[in-house]
Structures are given as structure tokens and as C-alpha cells.
Design a protein around this ligand. Structure first.
Ligand code: HEC
Ligand code: HEC
Ligand code: HEC
Ligand code: HEC
Ligand code: HEC
Length: 168
């Protein structure tokens, strides 16, 4: 993890300029390499989140199922669709699908999915109405103000060193 050398200075600067500490607007959905729909797979078909997001130990990241696991269904389902043919191509060559990230933190922020899920936070609190979306977009504010608002609401620590490593 990168350390924040000028952490305190940066924070003062942000307070003055008012950038980053303000809530950010919901960003538009990025163009994805395959037209995958959460609404179809989780809303209609009711595949569980963990079916594609396994959260392997130590649990920091959720991970996204690879093309080969999609093909457990799609070797038989919709094989004539151009989108599924793209998917089959990735599976055949063993290439990772270049999904465009929707929520992504800078490397100087500490975050673990496992600790949040263990303490009772739900996917929806941080990612919104995934089951109703054809395309995901950043609909929940997970910039610093979004993290801190929930920590305050749930009486969790807002100490700088909880989320950042300080260095003098
Ligand atoms: C407390 C807030 C929070 C909760 C609860 C949460 N997420 Fe996340 N999620 C995040 C943040 C923040 C990121 C970006 C993390 C990063 O870039 O390091 C993220 C990233 C992801 C990613 C992509 C990166 C990765 O970790 O592989 C997936 C997939 C994901 N979340 C799915 C889920 C699912 C499914 C659930 C429920 C089981 C869930 N999340 C619960 C905040 C949360
Ligand atoms: C449990 C089985 C199952 C799994 C696993 C699965 N899908 Fe699907 N997928 C379906 C079904 C069923 C449909 C809807 C077919 C229809 O419209 O009749 C579908 C539809 C699609 C479509 C739309 C195709 C079109 O042209 O209409 C895409 C794209 C797709 N899936 C991608 C994926 C990807 C990527 C993964 C892996 C991350 C995946 N699927 C995993 C069952 C599955
Ligand atoms: C059939 C497989 C599948 C299931 C089931 C599934 N997802 Fe996903 N998920 C994906 C794929 C593929 C992507 C990458 C494309 C995208 O962002 O839409 C993704 C991306 C995400 C992301 C964006 C992560 C980032 O930062 O880029 C979040 C958040 C997420 N899923 C949450 C969920 C939640 C919550 C559920 C359960 C309600 C769920 N997913 C169920 C396949 C799945
Ligand atoms: C939905 C509410 C919620 C959101 C949003 C949230 N958190 Fe948390 N977070 C919690 C709770 C609850 C705890 C546990 C407090 C305790 O120990 O009981 C926690 C604990 C933590 C911890 C300490 C445990 C560990 O994993 O080391 C860190 C670090 C953390 N959160 C970082 C973040 C960051 C970074 C974000 C924003 C990207 C964020 N949190 C967003 C609710 C939230
Ligand atoms: C609950 C987690 C959390 C806590 C507590 C927290 N931060 Fe952050 N901080 C973040 C996240 C997440 C970002 C990244 C925001 C982004 O770029 O989306 C961030 C970004 C920053 C940045 C980068 C500059 C910027 O403007 O984006 C600075 C500086 C910073 N934090 C300082 C602090 C200081 C000082 C404290 C203590 C008063 C603190 N943070 C407490 C989560 C946290």
C-alpha cells in the first residue's frame, strides 16, 4: 500500500479548496466489453451475489467470476448471441475479460469487504439497487465523505489511521 506522506497537508488543502470531501455525483455507467446485466442474472434468474463474487480469503476483494465459470451456463444458453460469442472467445483463449471498474479506491485507502460484511453491512448499502440495473454505475457515494458518513451513523471509528497509513 502506498503511504500518504503529505496526508495532513492534503486534508487541509482539500478543506480549503472544498474538493474531495464533498459528496460526489453519481457517475454514468461505463461502457463494458460485454453487455452483462445484473437485472437479468440477479433480478430475474436469482443467481446469488456470491455465485459470481466469491470473496476469497483474506476477503479484501470480492472478485468477479471468470469467463470459464460463465460458460457453465452459456455453453448451452444463448450460444447464437454475439455477446455470448465474445464471452466464449475469452473463455477459449483464457484471457481475463477487461471489465471497466465501477467502484475503485485509490491505493492509499485501506478497505476490506470481509470486515464490513461480518459487521452486518449489506451489498445494497454500498452499491445500491444492483438487482434492478442492466448496467452498474456509481450510484452510492464511496468517496471519503460517504465512508465517514456511514461510520458516524454506525458509531464506527473515523480516526484517520483507520483508513490511511500515516508517515512523518
Ligand atoms: C461498506 C461498503 C461495501 C459493502 C458492504 C460492499 N462493498 Fe463492494 N465495494 C466497496 C468498495 C469501497 C469497493 C472498491 C474497493 C477497491 O477498489 O479496493 C468495492 C468493490 C466491489 C467489487 C469489485 C472489486 C472487488 O472487490 O473485486 C465487487 C465485485 C463488489 N464490490 C461486490 C460487492 C458485493 C457482492 C457485496 C455484498 C456481498 C459488496 N460488494 C459489499 C464497498 C462495499
Ligand atoms: C446460472 C446460469 C448463468 C450464469 C452462471 C451466467 N448466465 Fe448469462 N444468462 C443466463 C440466462 C438464462 C440468460 C438469459 C437468456 C435469455 O434472455 O433468454 C443470460 C443472459 C446473458 C447475456 C445476454 C445475452 C443476449 O444476447 O441476450 C449475457 C451477455 C450474459 N448472460 C453474460 C454472462 C456472463 C458474462 C456471465 C458470467 C459473469 C454469465 N452470463 C453467467 C444464465 C447464466
Ligand atoms: C452471474 C454473475 C454475477 C452475479 C450473480 C452478480 N454479479 Fe456483480 N458483477 C458481475 C460481472 C460480470 C461484473 C462486471 C461487469 C459490471 O460491472 O457490470 C460485476 C460487477 C459488479 C460490481 C461492480 C464492481 C466494480 O467496482 O467494478 C458490483 C458492485 C457488483 N457486481 C455487485 C453485485 C451484487 C450486489 C450482486 C448480487 C445482488 C451481484 N453483483 C451478482 C457478475 C455477477
Ligand atoms: C454502510 C456503512 C459503511 C460504509 C459505507 C463504510 N463503512 Fe467502514 N465500517 C463500517 C462498520 C459498521 C465498521 C465496523 C466498526 C466496528 O468495528 O464495529 C467499519 C469498519 C471499517 C474499518 C476497520 C475494520 C477493518 O477492515 O480494518 C475500515 C478500515 C473501514 N471501515 C474503511 C472504510 C472505507 C475506506 C469506506 C469507504 C470506501 C468505508 N469503510 C465505508 C461501516 C461502513
Ligand atoms: C472511513 C474511512 C476514512 C477515514 C476515517 C478517513 N479517510 Fe481520508 N479518504 C478515504 C477515502 C475512501 C479516500 C479516497 C477518496 C476518493 O478518491 O474517492 C480518502 C482520501 C483522502 C485524501 C486524499 C486527498 C483527496 O482530497 O482525495 C486525504 C488527504 C485524506 N483522505 C485525509 C484524511 C484525514 C486527514 C483523515 C482524518 C481526519 C481521513 N482522511 C480519514 C477514507 C477515509
Amino acid at each position: 500500500m502506498k503511504r500518504l506522506t503529505a496526508l495532513a497537508f492534503g486534508a487541509v488543502l482539500s478543506l480549503v479548496t472544498g474538493n474531495c470531501l464533498l459528496a460526489q455525483e453519481a457517475a454514468p455507467a461505463p461502457q463494458q466489453p460485454i453487455a452483462f446485466s445484473h437485472k437479468v442474472h440477479t433480478g430475474t434468474l436469482k443467481v446469488a451475489c456470491k455465485g459470481c463474487h466469491a470473496n476469497p480469503d483474506p476477503g479484501e476483494t470480492m472478485t468477479i467470476a471468470d469467463a470459464a465459470s460463465c460458460m457453465k451456463c452459456h455453453s448451452a444458453i444463448k450460444t447464437d448471441s454475439p455477446e455470448i460469442q465474445k464471452l466464449a472467445g475469452y473463455a477459449k483463449s483464457g484471457t481475463a475479460i477487461p471489465w471497466v471498474r465501477v467502484y475503485e479506491l485509490p491505493s492509499f485507502v485501506k478497505f476490506s469487504h470481509k470486515t464490513h460484511i461480518d459487521k452486518g453491512s449489506t451489498c445494497g448499502e454500498c452499491h445500491g439497487q444492483v438487482q434492478t440495473r442492466d448496467q452498474l454505475f456509481r450510484e452510492i457515494n464511496l468517496s471519503m465523505s460517504g465512508c465517514v458518513d456511514c461510520h458516524n451513523a454506525k458509531k464506527a471509528s473515523v480516526d484517520c489511521t483507520l483508513c490511511h497509513e500515516l508517515q512523518n
